[in-house]
Design a protein around this ligand. Structure first.
Ligand code: C2E
Ligand code: MG
Ligand code: MG
Length: 293
């Protein structure tokens, strides 16, 4: 959304509006941090197991119970500390490395799911999957095999579909999503409301969950427009029988509002930041749901 132009349209207004468009690629190319690594570094990182899943809890608004976690990748690049996925996912897509990354994250996630279940915490886990992975018809079988080999159940795994700027074949993606759903995976629309048109073409995909983007959750108690978008999204989700998750819940006021609007699950710094898998059990022991307002 670049702006609003009143009718009747004229070339001058349109030009002024469009000049505000800076494709993400240009922004990224100018980002010195981003230029610091290349495809070989990413390949080496995968080989050396430098990509590690962190986990952020998803809790029920109604009961405060922890129902799941989202796996979020961190790149522990020697000499650079933990590198954010925002800095390397797009590059991984361009280098065709995002599918191996998904497999690494899914394997780590299954390992933890089993460990947590052994300690009495049977929860679900969400793994982000880029649309680019979904262009590969064999991916549904491969992910299903991986989950089975890890002795986990795909019913406990939700794949969060994130849109990408890399071109994808929508017909293929639809086919693969349907296969994944048939194999038992949950399918979530990540960052709802922010993507391009391709997800609209996916309206007949059997999604099971809708995640309201954090840009709408932020300041929603004081931004009537954000609140309206949230209400409309929740209404749509209810009609489509999708579970609803609000991401980026940072404050008590945002928690209270989203809860009152009937959203089902919350994820955000108000509850917990993403943490290494080995810390989750300790966190679960300490977790106290917010008291009723
Ligand atoms: P996402 O899937 O929408 O994940 C939510 C992001 O919001 C995460 O950023 C999370 O750390 C952050 N977040 C959570 N709660 C809050 C909050 O209360 N306030 C704020 N300001 N931020 C919050 P992160 O970990 O940097 O990940 C960024 C994005 O990178 C993810 O957005 C996802 O699109 C992508 N990503 C992460 N891991 C993977 C992965 O394994 N594969 C793929 N393909 N993409 C991934
Ligand atoms: Mg996500
Ligand atoms: Mg998101």
């Amino acid at each position: 959304m670049l702006g609003a132009i009143p009718k009747p349209l004229n070339l001058q207004d349109l030009t002024a509006c469009i000049s505000g468009f800076h494709p993400k690629e240009q922004v990224r190319a100018a980002d010195p941090e981003h230029a610091e690594f290349n495809g070989e570094d990413l390949k080496r990182g995968l080989k050396e197991r430098e990509f590690i899943a962190f986990f952020q809890p998803k809790v029920s608004f109604a009961t405060g119970e922890v129902q799941g976690v989202e796996a979020l990748v961190r790149w522990f690049r020697p000499g650079h500390g933990a590198v954010s996925p925002l800095q390397f996912i797009h590059r991984m897509e361009l280098e065709n490395l995002v599918t191996p990354l998904t497999e690494v994250l899914l394997a780590q996630t299954c390992g933890y799911l089993k460990a947590w279940a052994r300690r009495g915490h049977v929860i679900s886990a969400s793994v982000n999957i880029s649309m680019q992975c979904l262009s590969d018809v064999s991916i549904a079988d491969r992910l299903h095999e991986l989950v089975k080999e890890s002795d986990c159940d795909s019913q406990n795994i939700i794949l969060e579909v994130t849109e990408t700027e890399v071109m994808v074949d929508v017909a293929k993606v639809l086919n693969v999503l349907a296969r994944l759903r048939l194999k038992g995976f949950g399918l979530s629309i990540d960052d709802f409301g922010t993507g391009y048109s391709s997800l609209q073409q996916l309206s007949n995909v059997p999604f099971t969950e809708l995640k309201i983007d954090q840009s709408f959750v932020k300041d929603s108690p004081i931004q009537p427009r954000h609140r309206t978008i949230i209400e409309t999204s929740l209404d749509l989700a209810r009609k489509l029988k999708l579970k609803t998750v609000a991401e980026g819940v940072e404050t008590r006021a945002e928690w209270d509002l989203l809860k009152s609007l009937g959203c089902q699950q919350a994820q955000g710094y108000f509850i917990a930041r993403p943490m290494p898998g080995h810390q989750l059990l300790d966190w679960l022991q300490m977790w106290q749901p917010p008291e009723e307002a």
